[in-house]
Structure formats: structure tokens, C-alpha cells
Design a protein around this ligand. Structure first.
Ligand SMILES: C[S@@+](CC[C@H](N)C(=O)[O-])C[C@H]1O[C@@H](n2cnc3c(N)ncnc32)[C@H](O)[C@@H]1O
Length: 283
């Protein structure tokens, strides 16, 4: 296998592994034991059923047994990042991983200076893929910055901030877990930096000098806006800004346009898939 062919084979396998596209079971949904609220008394299935479900799942958990809803794995659904894999390392799917690869390889080819930053990393998969790209292309003078609360989404400031996902347990992935995920792929080294905390606090004074790629994946209006306010000016001319939720979260799209309008910027925003979009900062 030539150097280029083996590089492509490694990157292809990385995308399949990170998005858990190699395992049918990754489409299953683990059943969380959640105590039913009193409002479920009004549900047709009734409070008693929800309580029985909660008690049963809790008892099984105590014995390290998980309940799961078996859902068939669908290649196209995963490729578009429409389901959240119950295991695996990223939820963004193949098409948006391909976009990350295209943007990274373009800035390397064109020598656009700067590091890569992802704001909203979840289990770390997309940031891990950026680190893998630096590795296969032999780049040692750029870093990958991984920004996240590492405790899930914040409570929305108001209704226009976006849906309230703050209580969704699957979105809460600790810094230790994300570091362990990088290490599993042999990608944890001094070219990876973590920025723990809410974006509004962690990003403005972060020691990030220059970026070639800024990836926004915080879903909400405030998370998107806080990241743009802190990081847009650090993106090099010719660098890429990727908004993972541009089409899928109205609050994200609104934040992008409020920010661009304020700066009187009119970049050519390109669609990646049903969710993501990206643009190049004017060279
Ligand atoms: C949709 S997930 C990111 C998915 C990830 N990029 C991937 O490859 O699967 C959103 C992440 O953003 C983080 N997040 C959202 N808003 C945030 C904020 N304001 N400050 C810090 N982290 C935030 C959450 O903790 C969560 O890990």
C-alpha cells in the first residue's frame, strides 16, 4: 500500500470507529432509570407502569445489568449524524467528519496558519479526528484545543436560547473520560489542550493565539455566540469556521447571523448536510 493509500485507509477506519459505524449495537438506546414525575399520572400508560419501569431498571443497574431498546443500525442515518450512538466517540456522522477532513487538509495545503479548536466536544471524537489528521500529515507545530463544560449543556438563558438539554445525561461526559478516549487511540499528547468550563468563562482569556479552524458545536444561541465573540477574531484569513448545528438548531443559525450582521460580514455559507454548514474567513 502506498503512503497515500495507507493514510486514507487509516482515516477511513478512524471515521468508522469514531462514529461507531462498525457496530450494529451502537444504534441501541440504553434505558435510563428515571423516577417518573407526578405528571405521568395523566399518561394513558399510567404512573404505575412508569414506576415499575423505574424500579426494575434501577434494580438491574445495581447488578450492572443495562436495559436497552434494540433499534436497527441504519448506515445513512449514522452517515448524517441523525442518531446518537450509545457508544462510539462522536455523534456528527460521516459527512461532517468528511467536511472536517476537507477543511483541515485545505488549510494545511494552503499554509493557513493556526491551531484547530472545537467548542463542544462531547466524547471528543471530532477533536480526536483533528488530532489524527495532524498526525498522519506529520504536522507537529499546530495544536487541537478541546473546549467543553465536560458536564453537558447549560440551562438556557431564555426560550430563544434553544431547547433545554441541560438534564440529558448522555451529553455529560467528564474531562477524565474524554482524555481517556484520546489515549485509547494513542492521540493524547502535548498537541492536545483542554479548556474546561462554560464557554463564556473559558474562552475569552484562553491562551489560544491563532486558529485555522474553529468548529462551533455548542448547539445553543449563547454557546454559539460566546464562542464567536471569543474566537472569531483569532481565526486567520482563509481559515474555516464550521457551525455543526447551523441547519438543525434555529438558535445556532440565529447566533451566527446576529454575529455576522453585527460585523457586516457576508461570507459564502456552504451546506454540509441537514445539520452543518461552514464558511471560509475572507482571505
Ligand atoms: C452536541 S455535543 C458536541 C458533539 C461533538 N462535537 C461530537 O463530535 O460528537 C455539545 C457539547 O457542547 C457542550 N456545551 C454546549 N454549550 C456549552 C457551553 N456554553 N459551555 C461549555 N460547553 C458547552 C456540551 O457539554 C456538549 O458536550
Amino acid at each position: 500500500m502506498s503512503g497515500t493509500a495507507s493514510t486514507e485507509a487509516y482515516l477511513d477506519l478512524m471515521k468508522r470507529a469514531l462514529s461507531a459505524s462498525l457496530y450494529d449495537e451502537s444504534a441501541w438506546i440504553y434505558l435510563e432509570p428515571k423516577r417518573p414525575p407526578l405528571s405521568s399520572l395523566r399518561k394513558p400508560t399510567g404512573y404505575a407502569w412508569d414506576l415499575l419501569r423505574y424500579v426494575t431498571l434501577s434494580a438491574l443497574r445495581k447488578r450492572s445489568i443495562l436495559g436497552a431498546r434494540v433499534r436497527p443500525y441504519q448506515e445513512e442515518v449514522r452517515a448524517e449524524g441523525r442518531d446518537w450512538p450509545c457508544f462510539g466517540y462522536t455523534m456528527i456522522g460521516r459527512k461532517r467528519l468528511d467536511n472536517v477532513q476537507a477543511c483541515v487538509e485545505e488549510v494545511l495545503r494552503s499554509d493557513i496558519p493556526g491551531d484547530f479548536l472545537e467548542a463542544g466536544a462531547w466524547r471528543g471524537g471530532t477533536s480526536m479526528f483533528m488530532r489524527a489528521l495532524l498526525k498522519v500529515h506529520g504536522v507537529e507545530d499546530r495544536k487541537v484545543w478541546v473546549a467543553d463544560s465536560f458536564e453537558g449543556l447549560p440551562v438556557p438563558k431564555d426560550a430563544s436560547d434553544g431547547a433545554d438539554f441541560s438534564g440529558v445525561d448522555i451529553l455529560k461526559v467528564s474531562l477524565d473520560q474524554v482524555r481517556a478516549n484520546f489515549a485509547r487511540f494513542n492521540l493524547l499528547d502535548d498537541q492536545v489542550e483542554f479548556l474546561p468550563g462554560w464557554f463564556s468563562e473559558s474562552l475569552p482569556n484562553a491562551p489560544v493565539k491563532q486558529l485555522a479552524i474553529l468548529r462551533l458545536d455548542g448547539d445553543m444561541y449563547s454557546s454559539t455566540m460566546d464562542t464567536l465573540l471569543a474566537m472569531h477574531d483569532r481565526v486567520s484569513p482563509g481559515g474555516y469556521i464550521i457551525a455543526d448545528d447551523y441547519h438543525s438548531w434555529e438558535s445556532c443559525r440565529r447566533a451566527v447571523h446576529d454575529f455576522l450582521d453585527e460585523r457586516q460580514l457576508k461570507p459564502d455559507i456552504k451546506t454540509i448536510d441537514w445539520a452543518g454548514a461552514y464558511w471560509q474567513k475572507e482571505p
